[in-house]
Design a protein. Structure first.
Length: 478
């Protein structure tokens, strides 16, 4: 029994040395979690690692929560979970899972670390945000179930995350250990609701790096026996595979100590350690020092074998078939995008001064701006002073290691000052919807897209011009 099999290193294209990955595969790791890369690079990587592995099959996983477009240039970026939550439609959630799985499986990915079933209960949460379907646990449960069905039909495994719930915190576990002060009864009646229903359909559970004193006041959930064995295994009767969140994250400190605690707590897979060599050596040393660890590793590997058996019974599509550009996002846009406020007065105008926040490219080259111009609007950057027609456009949102998802104090002040000088105003967001909360009455008209998907940008431009209607309902409190 090779303990390396419970280690699943991360592989970052352009950063991780391919020679290291080849060595890890030969050493017998159970799989890899990939980040970035092109379709061709990923397909080549998957084939090579499987060819080098001593096992008949290994897992290649990815965090494709919104399709492959967030990680693979040129791939389709699907609407965020919160956008789907605004529609409330299980059909859209299922199709999102199906498209994701078919595309992933066609290039060699057989395990998707999704869906996120955290609740969007804290507006200042820097890492959950639009990854959540919404605030209501029943809505989250219903749409996650449909998404999981889509993944299964498309041929990949699923993962519920981040147990027991990462929603009610303003800290990013990539940077520090989040603290959740809820009582266990409140957790059980809110954050744990999706798990209570979905565990029987889950291929695996990812445990978050969270400190929840109501369960364990000493250890993060990912390293906590009270959380994994006590709550997940015993109270909720979960028998399947448990995966740690990435061990390289700063919330948990020394990776060897973290790995030992995670294994004692009941984890089956150690995901993305900062130094896989060190962890593999450490696991081998554990068996030499205490042979009872062998049984533990055998049981952990058995959970992977069960999933590998399930994973073989699927039809795999070719990339040419899987990656065709569908009408999914354009069909979803009017059902997801949300409007509120007064009448959209800008639709009667033909010129706009705009202020963009956190746009990662030239704003006038975005699909949103191009469509506005195609619809007859003349655009010019807002330069200060009195303004007849002002358009605020936000791309602010979550990002790993960023630490916040909404506006900074300076950005809030800048937007507020501009709005006080505008006769007519509209506020459109393509990321976190919580940026609207400080300006609900200060901007006359609001559009929430919950993502920067190209089709959603185009549809928002049409809605702003009065050419399209939107029916989404915000699945959170603004």
């Amino acid at each position: 029994m090779n303990p390396a099999r419970i280690v699943h290193p991360g592989f970052w294209f352009g950063k991780t040395d391919i020679e290291d990955a080849r060595k890890w595969a030969k050493m017998g790791v159970g799989g890899f979690c990939v980040y970035g890369g092109t379709r061709e690079e990923i397909e080549t990587f998957c084939k090579e690692m499987r060819g080098l592995s001593p096992y008949a099959e290994i897992f290649i996983s990815a965090d494709y929560e919104d399709g492959l477009g967030r990680w693979i240039k040129g791939a389709e970026l699907l609407p965020s979970n919160m956008a789907i939550g605004a529609s409330g439609e299980e059909e859209l959630a299922m199709k999102k899972g199906l498209i994701t799985a078919r595309q992933a499986r066609s290039i060699g990915i057989n395990w998707i670390f999704a869906p996120v079933v955290d609740l969007a209960s804290d507006p200042e949460n820097p890492i959950v945000n639009t990854r959540a379907f919404g605030k209501d646990p029943m809505l989250v449960t219903r749409l996650a179930m449909a998404f999981m069905s889509g993944l299964s039909q498309g041929g990949t495994l699923n993962t519920l995350k981040h147990f027991p719930g990462h929603g009610d915190t303003s800290k990013d576990s990539h940077l520090e250990l989040p603290f959740i002060s809820k009582s266990f009864d409140k957790l059980f009646d809110s954050d744990l609701v999706p798990y209570k229903t979905l565990l029987k359909f889950a291929d695996s559970i990812m445990v978050g790096h969270l400190l929840i004193p109501a369960i364990d006041d000493e250890n993060p959930s990912s390293l906590s026996e009270k959380t994994i064995r006590g709550i997940l295994r015993q109270k909720l009767n979960y028998k399947g595979c448990v995966v740690t969140d990435a061990l390289l994250m700063k919330a948990i400190g020394d990776q060897k100590e973290a790995a030992l605690k995670a294994l004692k707590a009941g984890a089956d897979i150690l995901l993305a350690p900062s130094d896989p060599y060190e962890i593999i050596d450490y696991l081998n040393q554990l068996i030499k020092e205490d042979y009872t660890w062998k049984e533990h590793f055998i049981n952990a590997v058995a959970t992977q074998e069960i999933l590998l058996t399930k994973n073989r019974k699927v039809e795999i599509r070719t990339p040419e078939y899987a990656f065709f550009k569908s009408s999914y996002s354009m069909d979803a846009a009017p059902r997801c995008i949300t409007e509120f406020g007064e009448e959209n007065v800008l639709k009667k105008e033909n010129s706009l001064s705009y202020m963009e926040i956190d746009c990662k490219s030239d704003f006038e080259s975005t699909p949103f701006a191009k469509q506005l111009k195609a619809n007859g609007f003349k655009l010019a950057p807002y330069t200060g002073g009195e303004c007849k027609n002002l358009l605020i456009v936000s791309f602010s949102g979550y990002a790993s290691f960023k630490g916040f998802a909404n506006f900074t104090k300076e950005q809030k002040k800048t937007v507020e000052n501009a709005l006080t000088k505008a006769k007519n105003s509209a506020f459109v967001s393509f990321g976190s919807p919580f940026v609207h909360s400080d300006f609900k009455t200060k901007a006359q008209y609001h559009l929430l897209a919950y993502c920067a998907n190209e089709d959603f940008q185009i549809f928002c431009a049409d809605a702003l011009c009065g050419k399209a209607k939107v029916t989404g309902k915000a699945p959170i409190e603004i």
